[in-house]
Design a protein around this ligand. Structure first.
Ligand code: HEM
Length: 538
């Protein structure tokens, strides 16, 4: 018969509708039947009861009932934007990754987040911030999943569930929602003193950024780059905001939490809408790929340590500009799935045990968060490079694959996808030597120093930054109920610096303990201070 007109006016549908569920001018059921009414359920007479046969009522209600997916187990609250990364060509001597080539433009999607609060929590809490970037390169997707603090709480990923259990709200009362002012957090960091370095960053102004646009980002782990000749280097990635690094002061953060809990996401979206596109430079610190994987005595596989920028300057390798807001929060910000295993030729991982655990964790959580193994087919996750993966079927499968032989080699499908050698931009794992020795559950001795860099951070601060740090520890610890936990944390502070310990102890009305370890004086690192440079004497 005659086809129905696509629209009441008979206009044709858009040639390539962007969303197959919003085509045509008529409201329909999900199976495409045009609806005459969506405001009244089907009843036995105007006063009911409602009839079980009302499929439209049941479909509408069932779909609504299943609208929510689980929020991320960490980093649940996020805000994101699209943009472009342009390579400077300066990384080419150390990496042959195509996206670093001079003038090469790559589409990106960046999601910023808090770590601890739930999806509906406030933005300006004291917390670490996530800075996750998806580069849709021609050679496959590369994800750089970093934070705004250059070190992490733990050295081995097997402790990640523990630190998060300690830092999330208490299981009994589900408080506090999003801050580190509670017993289990301070219990953990005072018992696992490797966390003290990350914690002092949280207690500093870095824990309350002014804006996502004025936040640094760090890959945290050491990564391995390979150049065109096959030579490898170890690197740490840094994002430097073009607007500079700025934080809120505590009182501002508290006011904003009440007045505008969406402050950071509003700021990001408004800036982009107004054409004030936020920008960051991507930079690398480059280290020789020596067998010990150390630099200047610093273990590069220990994510609780940084390498001061005076010792290894950050070299700019490209620029990121965010210039497009998301149009559907769920489809983009919520459904995006980052993963450190998304690598491209020229960029590889190292044996950092924290990084190694992450390689497992993200896929595993996304299988349940995004409902099965096909989440890379979701529009926001789709690579911009061609995909021919021989993965088949499963929940959420959108593709209708042809052929009968999804295995390789095969002699059935009249042509099997090729393997790519290095000349075809195939991903070649760096053939680095792995450690020899017995299997063991232990850390290297270099992981034992938990305080020297926390002390260096403290000594690098200006007086006003030190005041903020003292106030932050005092406020957060004053919320702790258990006296022994406060005392144990004060001992950690004594092992960082006696003045810091004394000031916080005074604020808490407790005696200041003596350090139990010898204080190691590393030279102050001016780059760590947001105020920067020489601070005039009082
Ligand atoms: C998100 C695990 C360490 C940065 C997540 C998620 C998990 C996770 C399960 C949720 C992912 C999702 O639902 O899609 C872990 C484990 C770690 C670890 C097991 C240690 C072994 C780190 C570190 C960083 C980091 C060291 C920073 C360098 C992030 C970011 C997100 C995230 C930015 C949010 C990604 C997004 O915006 O969707 N992590 N994480 N994580 N993690 Fe980690």
């Amino acid at each position: 018969g005659t086809p129905l007109p696509a629209t009441p006016t008979g206009e044709p549908l858009a040639a390539e509708p962007t969303d197959f569920a919003q085509r045509g001018a008529f409201l329909t059921t999900s199976s495409g039947t045009r609806l005459a009414d969506t405001d009244h359920s089907l009843k036995a007479g105007p006063r009911g009861p409602t009839l079980l046969q009302d499929h439209h009522l049941r479909e509408k209600m069932t779909h609504f009932d299943h609208e929510r997916i689980p929020e991320r187990v960490v980093h649940a609250r996020g805000a994101a934007a699209h943009g472009t990364f342009v390579g400077y060509g300066t990384a080419t001597p150390v990496s042959h990754a195509g996206l670093f080539a001079e003038g090469k433009e790559t589409d990106v999607f960046v999601r910023f987040s808090t770590v601890l609060g739930s999806k509906g929590s406030a933005d300006t809490v004291r917390d670490t911030r996530g800075f996750a970037t998806k580069f849709y390169t021609d050679e496959g997707t590369w994800d750089l999943v970093g934070n705004n603090i250059p070190v992490f709480f733990i050295q081995d990923g097997i402790k990640f569930p523990d630190v998060i259990h300690a830092a999330k709200p208490h299981p009994d009362r589900e408080i506090p929602q999003a801050q580190s002012a509670h017993d289990t957090f301070w219990d953990f960091v005072s018992l696992h003193t490797e966390a003290q370095h990350h914690t002092i960053w949280n207690m500093s102004d870095r824990g309350i950024p002014r804006s996502y646009r004025t936040m640094e980002g760090f890959g945290v782990h050491t990564f391995r780059l390979t150049n065109a000749e096959g030579a490898t280097s170890l690197v740490k990635f840094h994002w430097k905001p073009v607007l500079g690094v700025h934080s809120l002061v505590w009182e501002e953060a508290q006011l904003l939490n009440g007045i505008d809990p969406d402050f950071h996401r509003r700021d990001l979206a408004d800036a982009i809408e107004a054409g004030a596109f936020p920008q960051w430079e991507l930079g690398i610190q480059v280290f020789e790929d020596n067998p010990e994987q150390t630099f200047d005595g610093i273990d590069l596989l220990d994510s609780t340590k940084l390498v001061p920028e005076e010792l290894a300057p950050v070299q700019p390798i490209g620029r990121l500009t965010l210039d497009r807001n998301v149009t559907n929060y769920f489809a983009e910000t919520e459904q995006v799935a980052f993963h450190l295993g998304h690598q491209v030729p020229g960029i590889d991982v190292t044996d950092d045990p924290l990084l190694q655990a992450r390689l497992f964790s993200y896929v595993d959580t996304q299988l349940s968060r995004l409902g099965g193994p096909n989440y890379n087919q979701l529009p926001i996750n789709r690579p911009h490079a061609p995909v021919n993966d021989q993965l088949r079927d499963g929940h959420g499968q959108q593709a209708v694959h042809g052929g009968v032989a999804p295995y390789k080699p095969n002699s059935m499908d009249g042509g099997c996808p090729f393997f790519a050698g290095a000349e075809d931009r195939g991903f070649i794992d760096s053939p680095v030597r792995v450690a020899e020795g017995s299997k063991v559950r232990a850390n290297p001795a270099s992981y034992d120093d938990h305080f020297s860099q926390a002390r260096q951070f403290w000594l690098s601060m200006s007086p006003v930054e030190k005041d903020h740090i003292i106030s932050a520890y005092t406020f957060e610890l004053s919320k702790v109920y258990e006296q022994t936990i406060k005392e144990r944390q004060l001992l950690s502070l004594a092992n960082i610096d006696p003045v810091l310990c004394q000031e916080v102890a005074t604020g808490l009305g407790l005696p200041a303990p003596e350090a139990s370890l010898e204080l190691v004086d590393l030279p102050p690192s001016p780059v760590l201070s947001q105020v920067g440079g020489e601070w005039p004497a009082d």
